[in-house]
Design a protein around this ligand. Structure first.
Ligand code: ADP
Length: 291
């Protein structure tokens, strides 16, 4: 039995008569074949699992590298600016000092955003993202996001078109503002300064829709199914900093509201990122939306 192991036990029901030697030989051969098939199936599933683990490991390393790179860049900028400010040997004018302080502020904000995104992702994955639902006005949500993004959008041509008579929606206003802000930030990040960004709301059948349209770099048709995946970054935007978490978080928030989020390429250049939320009637809200 050296080197052999039991892969299974076969029971065969026979009547009271004894098996002939030929029957025993045939049965023995048949059971051996079965054993070989079982061993082979086991080995191939082990190999598959090992390959999957290797892939997961590769992916983890890639993600780790990209996030740590994204964090290290602003950190290096902060450290360099502080080092320069502290250098007693050089006398700086007020304008230079101000520029260095701005560098520190910008880089800190960038780090804060990346860490915020990582925390949001972890919260969402562990099911800890709780919706604070209440009746809210989409116009307030959109204006809130516009106000918060002003610092980034000031060099762009922002055109806002709000639909009239939008119904109130039963939703988490702060999280929805986060979604609009993220879409606006992306529109800015992936377009050139001075270009037009449109923010529109609409009411269609029983959905309210928010659309952010830009004239930026767009993406490839092949990216479309993956844009909302965690850590996914389209090839044409590799040189622009980012972690590929923002849209995944937006999708998580919109999904939690039973809505849908999507992207479209504009035929004449740029892209549209939009989401739609179901309009809830007051009597429906208790049943369907707070789960
Ligand atoms: P990040 O911007 O940090 O990379 P996101 O999750 O917000 O992460 O976006 C994922 C990817 O989707 C981006 O890397 C980019 O390739 C693409 N993308 C998002 N918004 C736009 C946009 N407005 N125009 C073109 N590509 C976009």
């Amino acid at each position: 039995m050296n080197g052999e192991k039991v892969v299974g036990v076969v029971g065969i029901a026979i009547d009271t008569r004894k098996l002939s030697p030929e029957e025993r030989t045939v049965l023995g051969a048949w059971v051996s074949l079965l054993a070989i098939a079982l061993v082979r199936a086991g080995l191939s599933s082990e190999a598959k699992q090992a390959a999957m683990l290797r892939e997961a490991d590769k992916l983890r390393t890639a993600l780790f590298n990209s996030v740590s790179h994204e964090l290290r860049t602003p950190l290096a900028a902060i450290m360099a600016a502080i080092y320069t400010l502290n250098d007693k040997a050089v006398a700086y004018g007020e304008q230079q000092r101000q520029q260095l302080l701005e560098t520190i502020a910008d880089a800190s904000k960038r780090m804060e955003r990346i860490i915020g995104n990582l925390l949001d992702t972890a919260r969402m994955e562990s099911g800890m993202l709780q919706l604070k639902l209440d009746w809210c006005d989409l116009e307030d949500v959109v204006s809130g996001a516009l106000r918060r993004s002003r610092e980034h959008t000031q060099n762009y041509l922002i055109k806002v078109e709000m639909a009239e008579d939008l119904p109130l929606i039963y939703a988490d206003a702060a999280l929805l503002e986060h979604v609009v802000l993220n879409l606006l930030d992306n529109a800015v990040k992936y377009s050139v300064e001075g270009s037009k960004i449109e923010l529109q709301t609409a009411l269609d059948a029983n959905e309210v829709i928010v659309m952010v349209k830009d004239r930026g770099v767009g993406f490839k048709e092949a990216d479309l199914p993956h844009l909302f995946d965690k850590f996914y970054r389209a090839g044409n935007t590799e040189k622009i900093s980012g972690t590929g978490l923002g849209l995944a978080i937006c999708k998580g928030i919109v999904d939690a509201h039973h809505g849908r989020i999507w992207a479209e390429l504009r035929p004449d250049g740029g892209s549209i990122f939009a989401f739609a939320l179901p309009v809830t009637l007051p009597e429906e809200k208790a049943g369907g939306k707070n789960d």
